[in-house]
Design a protein around this ligand. Sequence first.
Ligand SMILES: Cc1cc2nc3c(=O)[nH]c(=O)nc-3n(C[C@H](O)[C@H](O)[C@H](O)COP(=O)(O)OP(=O)(O)OC[C@H]3O[C@@H](n4cnc5c(N)ncnc54)[C@H](O)[C@@H]3O)c2cc1C
Length: 398
Amino acid sequence: MNGGRTRVAVVGAGIGGLTLGIALQRAGVTVDLYERADELREVGAAVALSANGTRELYRLGVGEALDAVSTQPTELIYRDGRTAERIAAHTGGADYRARFGAPYWGIHRVDLQQTLAAAADPAHLHLGRVVTAVSDQGDGATITFHDGSTVTADVVVGADGVHSVVRDAVCGPGNGPVYSGSSAFRGLVKRSDLPSLPDPLAIQFWAGPHAHLLHYPMGGEARGDDTVNFFAVLCGPERWSGGNVEVPDGELLAGFEGWHPAVREMLAAVPQSPRWPLLSQPPLSRWTRGRVVLIGDACHAMLPHHGQGANQSIEDAVVLADLLAATDPDTALATYPRGRRARTRAVARSAWDTGTLLHLPDDDVAGLAERDARFKSYLDANAWVHEYAAATTAEDVA
Ligand SMILES: Cc1cc2nc3c(=O)[nH]c(=O)nc-3n(C[C@H](O)[C@H](O)[C@H](O)COP(=O)(O)OP(=O)(O)OC[C@H]3O[C@@H](n4cnc5c(N)ncnc54)[C@H](O)[C@@H]3O)c2cc1C
């Protein structure tokens, strides 16, 4: 074991950064996390975590605490967005857990982030630290902060998300994600405000021409949380520059004209959110430069239609942590992308394909038949996503 000899600095204390921090601390590696936010409070948004992610959170000892604030969807259901016909259904809950060895959770992001932060050593979590640049020094790397101060470590990890500053240091500027041609609205609704919704405890995709709705229960039934998170995707507009925008009231509902009443009821149950551009990272030619390395959205931001971005960040984090704990930094950084590139690229491609299937027009009769068949075989065909064990990957590539 390389143990405590390597000093690691992580830029970003999001899902990937915090998981990496905990994993390195558990392995006895010195690690400091630098987060630009003054407080960890991503209120209002949710995330779904599948067995490939939750298995690792159990391995790190935070599984029970997270389970207590999560809801396990009873089923995964695909429906026609206009008629509500069940196209396909797969059992969730205990069956899913038994099959894949770990649960599927719907959880508030703030609960996830705060539980992870509580498990990390607070003395090494530095909030309010905005990183402006990172440079490789050959036998280490230096972080520069907005106030001009610097920190040097043996390894610097960019876990700073989709608009990563560290990615610029690794790949050069202009290599970030691109707009996918689709955009989204999201909201949190009480189940009691959704009287028309069939199967409210399931995770459900409602598919239709040029749009889809995804929703799942979250927040931990045991503590009386009956929140449903929804994510409504519209194809278009054709071009987008910048981030989220406020759009005129009614734009979301207009995109779901003629859809089933349960869909429209959900969308109308809360004030319309800003409209989000959905971004996707073209494959990067490199994930490391000297002693600087990327994980998570910083190197492979993907469409959310597979619910895998956060799970892939968790997988990256534990594979990199296992390698840094087991070997010297140069070997670890040379080995890490070999274990992760093909996997994350396959998941990102699959998320893109899922979006295409969810948005097929009515006149694509052959396409719709194929869509229905793929939804019916979804869990078997995608078992490779859910059964993955990151610990084995680190051993295989080391
Ligand atoms: C609408 C939506 C729904 C999604 N749903 C799911 C889902 O259900 N399941 C799933 O697995 N994934 C989902 N994802 C994807 C998931 O949110 C991301 O893939 C995941 O958060 C990436 O984790 P990360 O740690 O790489 O980055 P992040 O979680 O984005 O964390 C990056 C951190 O870096 C910090 N930071 C950024 N820049 C700097 C800087 N210069 N200096 C210091 N700190 C900095 C940020 O403040 C942040 O805390 C969804 C994404 C979207 C947009």
